[in-house]
Design a binder for this molecule. Structure first.
Ligand code: PLP
Length: 380
C-alpha cells in the first residue's frame, strides 16, 4: 500500500526568488522549473525588494554594521532607532513608539505590560498565537468572544465588571485578521471599552501600510482608551522587526520594566533603515492602500461570480474556505502547476474542518495572474 502523506506534518520548503518581487521559482507537473506568481506572502506593497529599501539598508550597513551588538540599554541604541521611533510616533499621532525585534515579541511585551494574573483578559476568538502566549505568560484569566461579535463582547465586559468591579479588564483584538481577511469593528470595540472602563490592545500587524486612512491602520484617530497598538515591519513594510505605539506612561513602563524590550539585542540597524524608507514611501503614496483594496474587491467580485462564497472582509487577504486538509492541499497543488503560489492553511492554524486557501493580493500582482486564478477556480 502506498503511504499517504499526513497533511498535518509540515515540510520546510526553500523558496528561490524569481526576477520580480512577486515571483518565486517552482516546478510544474513534469518537474520543469517554472515561475510562480506569489499569491501567499504578506509583502502587500511589494516593498521587500524595492530599490529604496535596499539602498537604505546598504547605507546603514556600511555605517552601523549588520547587527546592533547589544540591547537598547547597553550599546544597541543607534540614531536610526530613534529616527524610526519618532517618525512612527508622529505618523500615528501617538506619544511613544518603541521598537522590538519581532511582532511576536512585541505582542508578548504588550500583553505583559497591560495584564497580570488578576486581569480579566477578553479576546477575540481568532487573535494571533503570540497574543495568546502573552496572556498565558501573564497568568491572566483568558475569556474569549466570538469573532467580531460586539454583543458577546459587551455581555462579557458587563459580567466581568459586575463580578470583579475592582479589576480593570483588557480587551485584545486585531484590526485585519490574518487568516480570515476580516476587519474588526474597532470604533465600536473602543466605545465599549470606554463604557466599561477597559484597557484595549490592538494588533495592526496586517493593517499598517494598507488599511485605515493613508495606511495608518484602522485605529488611527482613536483616542482613549486605546492602550497599545502593535505593528510589524515584516508585512507591508517589507522589512523585519516590529513596534508598539502607546502613551507616555505606558511607554515609560515598557522602557523600565519590560524584559522583552530591555533584555534583547536591539533591532538590526539595516532593518530599521529599510522600515524608515518604507514609511517614507507609504507616506508619499497615500493612495496605495485604497488601490490595493480596489484590486481585492475586484477579485472578491469575480470569485463570487464564478460560484465561490465571497471571501469575507475588504482588504488584501482573501480566504477561500475549502473544509478538509486534503482538498486545500489539492487546490494548492493544482494552482502551483499553473504557476500560482498559494498556501493551504490547515489546523491548528485554523479551526478543524476550516482548511483554506489564503490568497494575498499585492500592489504589483499582475492582472493576468488573477485572470489565470479565476480560470482555474471556475472548474471546482
Ligand atoms: C496578527 C499577527 N500579529 C503578529 C505577528 C508576528 O509578527 P512578526 O512576524 O513580526 O513576528 C504576526 C505574524 O505572523 C501576525 O500575523
Amino acid at each position: 500500500m502506498p503511504k499517504i502523506p499526513n497533511p498535518r506534518i509540515r515540510k520546510l520548503r526553500t523558496w528561490f526568488p524569481g526576477k520580480r518581487s512577486s515571483e518565486f521559482i517552482g516546478v510544474d507537473e513534469n518537474q520543469k522549473k517554472i515561475t510562480l506568481i506569489d499569491l501567499a506572502s504578506n509583502d502587500y506593497l511589494d516593498l521587500a525588494r524595492h530599490p529604496l529599501l535596499i539602498e537604505a539598508a546598504k547605507q546603514t550597513l556600511e555605517i552601523d554594521g549588520v547587527g546592533s551588538g547589544g540591547s537598547r540599554f547597553i550599546t544597541g541604541s543607534r540614531n536610526i532607532h530613534q529616527r524610526l521611533e519618532r517618525k512612527l510616533a508622529k505618523w500615528l499621532n501617538r506619544e511613544i513608539v518603541l521598537l522590538y525585534p519581532s511582532g511576536f515579541q512585541a505582542n508578548l511585551a504588550a500583553v505583559l505590560a497591560l495584564a497580570d494574573r488578576h486581569t480579566p483578559v477578553i479576546c477575540d476568538r481568532l487573535i494571533h498565537h503570540s497574543l495568546l502566549v502573552g496572556v498565558k505568560a501573564s497568568g491572566a484569566k483568558l475569556i474569549r468572544f466570538k469573532h467580531n461579535n460586539l454583543s458577546e463582547l459587551e455581555r462579557l465586559l458587563k459580567k466581568s465588571r459586575q463580578s470583579n468591579p475592582q479589576k480593570q479588564p483588557l480587551v485584545i483584538t486585531e484590526s485585519l485578521f490574518s487568516m480570515e481577511g476580516t476587519t474588526a469593528p474597532i470604533k465600536e470595540i473602543s466605545k465599549l471599552c470606554i463604557k466599561y472602563d477597559s484597557k484595549l490592545l490592538i494588533d495592526e500587524a496586517h493593517a499598517f501600510g494598507v488599511m485605515g486612512p493613508e495606511g495608518r491602520g484602522e485605529s488611527f484617530g482613536l483616542k482613549e482608551p486605546l492602550s497599545i497598538i502593535s505593528g510589524t515591519f515584516g508585512k507591508a513594510f517589507g522589512s523585519g522587526g516590529a513596534f508598539l505605539a502607546t502613551d507616555k506612561i505606558t511607554g515609560e513602563n515598557l522602557i523600565q520594566n519590560c524584559g522583552a524590550f530591555r533584555y534583547t539585542t536591539a533591532l538590526a540597524p539595516p532593518l530599521c533603515a529599510s522600515a524608515l524608507a518604507a514609511l517614507n514611501l507609504i507616506e508619499s503614496n497615500p493612495s496605495w492602500g485604497r488601490e490595493l483594496k480596489e484590486k481585492s474587491t475586484t477579485l472578491r467580485d469575480k470569485l463570487s461570480q464564478i460560484g465561490w462564497q465571497r471571501p469575507l472582509g475588504g482588504g488584501p487577504i482573501l480566504s477561500i474556505i475549502l473544509g478538509s486538509d486534503e482538498l486545500a492541499i489539492d487546490y494548492q497543488n493544482r494552482l502551483e502547476v499553473h504557476g500560482l503560489l498559494t498556501v493551504a492553511i490547515r489546523p491548528p492554524t485554523v479551526p478543524e474542518g476550516k482548511s483554506r486557501l489564503r490568497l494575498v493580493i499585492r500592489r504589483n500582482t499582475p492582472v493576468q495572474a488573477l485572470e489565470r486564478l479565476i480560470e482555474i477556480l471556475k472548474n471546482k
